[in-house]
Design a protein around this ligand. Structure first.
Ligand code: NAP
Length: 314
C-alpha cells in the first residue's frame, strides 16, 4: 500500500482540482479508464475517490480498488455510479444535494421564459442590426399565469414550483407521493399531469428507475400548445418520441439543459426552431460550483478522518 489515499477522477476544473490537492497531502489524478494502469500498490492505497462526470463508475472499477471506502460525487445526480455495486462492496457514495437547487431552478424558469418570450430570436433581432428594417418583432407568448406541471417535486422541483408560483402560475405536480402543498394539484398519473398543463418541467431523479418516464404517451398528452422543460437528465424523457413530437408539431416546443449522449446530442435537435438548447449548465455558476466542491471535499475529509459523512447516498 502507498500513502496516497485520494484518487481524483474528473474532468474537474483547475480550481476544483487544486482545492482537492490542497486538502490532501498526496493525491493521484486519473480517469476511471486509467485506473487499471496504476500499480497494484497504488490501487491498494486508494481509499477515497473524488468523482465528477457522467462516465459509468461500475463494480469492475471498484474491484480494482480493494481498499476503496467512499466515492464522493460532485453533483446531486449520482446515476453514473452503480450504487448497488458500491453497497455490495461496502463502499459509501456521497453527493452534493441542496447547494445547487437555486441555480438549477433559476435555469428552469429562465428556459421557460426564453422559450415563451423568444429571447434568443429577440437578441438576434437587435444584434443582427436588422431591427430598423425588420420593425417590430412578432408577438410571442405569455408565461405568467399559465399552468405548470412539475414532474418530480423533490429538492429542485420544489424550488422550481415556488418560482413559478411567484409568476402567478397554476401549479400541478407528479411524484411518487403527495406532498403538503396547499393549492397545488397532485397527479398520481404522469399522463394526467401532462394533460392538465401548458408547461411540463422535468425534475426527476435520473437513472434506470426513471428511464423514459416522460414517455411517448406523456408527451402526446401535453398537446400542441404544450412545452417541455428538462433540467433533470436526458434519460428521463423518451428522446426519440420528443424529437418526433417537436418535428411534427404535436407539442409546441422544448427548452432543454440535458440530453442523451451529451455533448454529442442527436443532430435532429439542431434542425429545430421550436427549441431552446443549453449545454447542461444547470449548476454552472462560480458560486454554486464552489459550494459543490466544498461539500464534496467535506465528504472526502470526513471519511479519511473517520467522521460521519455529510451527505451519504447509501
Ligand atoms: P430529489 O430531491 O431526489 O427529487 C427527485 C424527484 O424524483 C422526487 O420528486 C422523487 O419522487 C422523484 N422520483 C425519484 N425516483 C422516482 C421513481 N422511481 N419514479 C418516479 N419519481 C421518482 O432530486 P433533486 O436533488 O431535486 O434532483 C433532481 C434532478 O435534477 C436529478 O435528476 C439531478 O440529476 C438533476 N440535476 C440537474 C442539474 C443540471 O445541471 N441540469 C443539476 C443538478 C441536478 P418523491 O418526491 O416521491 O420521492
Amino acid at each position: 500500500m502507498t500513502d496516497t489515499p485520494l484518487l481524483i477522477s474528473g474532468p474537474f476544473t483547475g480550481e476544483e482540482e487544486e482545492r482537492l490537492k490542497n486538502a490532501c497531502p498526496s493525491v493521484r489524478v486519473a480517469t476511471l479508464d486509467a485506473v487499471g494502469g496504476l500499480s497494484e500498490a497504488a490501487r491498494g492505497g486508494i481509499r477515497a475517490v473524488a468523482f465528477k462526470g457522467h462516465n459509468r463508475f461500475g463494480g469492475a472499477v471498484m474491484d480494482l480498488l480493494p481498499n476503496l471506502g467512499v466515492i464522493a460525487n460532485f453533483g446531486v445526480g449520482y446515476d453514473a455510479i452503480d450504487v448497488s455495486a458500491a453497497s455490495e462492496r461496502g463502499v459509501k457514495v456521497t453527493n452534493t444535494p441542496d447547494v445547487l437547487n437555486d441555480d438549477v431552478a433559476d435555469l428552469a424558469v429562465g428556459l421557460a421564459l426564453t422559450f415563451f418570450r423568444r429571447m434568443v430570436v429577440g437578441a438576434d433581432w437587435v444584434a443582427s442590426g436588422q431591427w430598423p428594417t425588420k420593425g417590430e418583432m412578432p408577438l410571442n407568448r405569455k408565461l405568467s399565469g399559465s399552468k405548470v406541471g412539475i414532474m418530480g417535486l423533490g429538492r429542485i422541483g420544489r424550488e422550481i414550483a415556488d418560482r413559478f408560483a411567484a409568476f402567478k402560475c397554476e401549479l400541478h405536480y407528479h411524484a411518487r407521493s403527495e406532498k403538503e402543498t396547499p393549492g397545488w394539484t397532485f397527479h398520481a398519473d404522469p399522463v394526467g399531469l401532462a394533460r392538465a398543463v401548458d408547461v411540463l418541467v422535468v425534475a426527476l431523479v435520473g437513472g434506470d428507475q426513471t428511464r423514459n418516464y416522460v414517455s411517448r404517451e406523456v408527451i402526446a398528452a401535453l398537446g400542441d400548445r404544450g412545452v417541455i422543460v428538462n433540467i433533470s437528465r436526458g434519460t428521463t424523457i423518451d428522446e426519440g418520441a420528443l424529437l418526433d413530437a417537436l418535428e411534427s408539431g404535436a407539442i409546441a416546443g422544448a427548452a432543454l439543459d440535458v440530453f442523451l449522449n451529451e455533448p454529442n446530442i442527436d443532430p435532429r435537435f439542431l434542425e429545430l426552431e421550436n427549441v431552446v438548447l443549453q449545454p447542461h449548465q444547470g449548476s454552472g455558476t462560480v458560486e454554486t460550483r464552489r459550494a459543490m466542491a466544498e461539500l464534496q471535499l467535506e465528504n472526502v475529509r470526513n471519511f479519511l478522518e473517520g467522521r460521519p459523512l455529510a451527505t451519504p447516498v447509501n
